[in-house]
Design a protein around this ligand. Structure first.
Ligand SMILES: O=P(O)(O)OC[C@H]1O[C@H](O)[C@H](O)[C@@H](O)[C@@H]1O
Length: 284
């Protein structure tokens, strides 16, 4: 039996569902080009998706792995997190073997994006689903005639049993911009970050793998070419302002985002850039 890729609907919106022979699963929403579910073979889901998430493209999907491009957060004049997380992406290519599924989705600039941001771009998001891993690679090409600069993120919402009991390792010694303290630059001194309050930080130069320990399971998080890691949890007050997330769900999610946020990437005409985030369940 081979892996399966199906085009179907979830809450009335177009999605692709993927299953490998050994039982790993993923679901990808075409609106936003967004992975909304990933479960390693024989394991539990590692991505948080709000039960109030809206998938019809009218707003961003709260959960999974939103793609932020060409602007991270509010770091510029564009809509928060840029232009592609609510737009329809298309399936460009699919490939499956028994234990690996690869999909490439794409989106390009159009009249609407160029009215907001006068650059011609082409994005490809390649997803690899294997027994115990999910690889997400974002490739950006400048297909216009002038240079463009962007910031970006794979805004990964990880699902945790209880956020105060989860530990995020690998950030010790790294500088971070504390967005909750006016962007003050601080240095992480903890061996493992434990989130017990609102957190919104851009850690820079985070090139070594991270590990998330959550209730007896461990996830390795490996970023290639994404120099920064954003850690975000809205906590009680922040969650109360999010209409698309139940109040108590902040306890069951932690965003650990592969980002290029502290300094933009600049591409000359015909140049490309790529960055990858790999999530690896260490149980297998
Ligand atoms: O609510 P959203 O627009 O999806 O943004 C959610 C969060 O994304 C990032 O993690 C930013 O660092 C936060 O400042 C922001 O609040």
């Amino acid at each position: 039996m081979y892996a399966r890729i199906e085009e179907t609907e979830f809450q009335g919106a177009p999605v692709l569902t993927v299953a490998t022979r050994d039982g790993a699963q993923a679901t990808i929403a075409l609106n936003g080009g967004q992975v909304i579910h990933w479960q390693p073979a024989g394991g539990h889901p590692w991505l948080y998706l709000s039960e109030r998430a809206c998938l019809d493209g009218s707003s961003a999907i709260r959960g999974g792995i939103p793609v932020c491009f060409p602007q991270f957060a509010e770091q510029g004049p564009l809509p928060k997190h840029g232009l592609v997380r609510t737009r329809p992406w298309r399936l460009i290519e699919q490939r499956s073997e028994s234990d690996l599924v690869m999909l490439t989705l794409g989106i390009g600039s159009d009249r609407e994006t160029e009215a907001l941001w006068p650059h011609a771009f082409d994005l490809e998001l390649t997803l690899g689903v294997g027994a115990n891993r999910l690889d997400v690679e974002l490739a950006v090409s400048n297909v216009g005639e002038s240079a463009l600069s962007f910031t970006a993120a794979l805004h990964t919402y990880l699902q945790v049993h209880e956020v105060e009991l989860a530990r995020l390792e690998g950030l010790k010694g790294k500088p971070y911009q504390d967005k909750r303290d006016g962007g003050t630059i601080k240095v992480e001194h903890l061996d493992a970050l434990v989130v017990d309050d609102a957190v919104d930080r851009i850690y820079t130069d985070t090139r070594r793998p991270l590990r998330l320990l959550d209730g007896g399971r461990t996830l390795s998080i490996v970023h290639e070419q994404f120099p920064d890691t954003v850690v975000w949890n809205p906590w009680v007050e922040g969650a109360a302002t999010l209409g698309d997330m139940p109040d108590r769900d902040f306890r069951h999610m932690l965003c650990v985002e592969a980002a290029v946020a502290a300094s933009p990437v600049t591409l000359a005409p015909d140049e490309s850039w790529w960055g990858r985030q790999s999530l690896i369940d260490e149980r297998l």
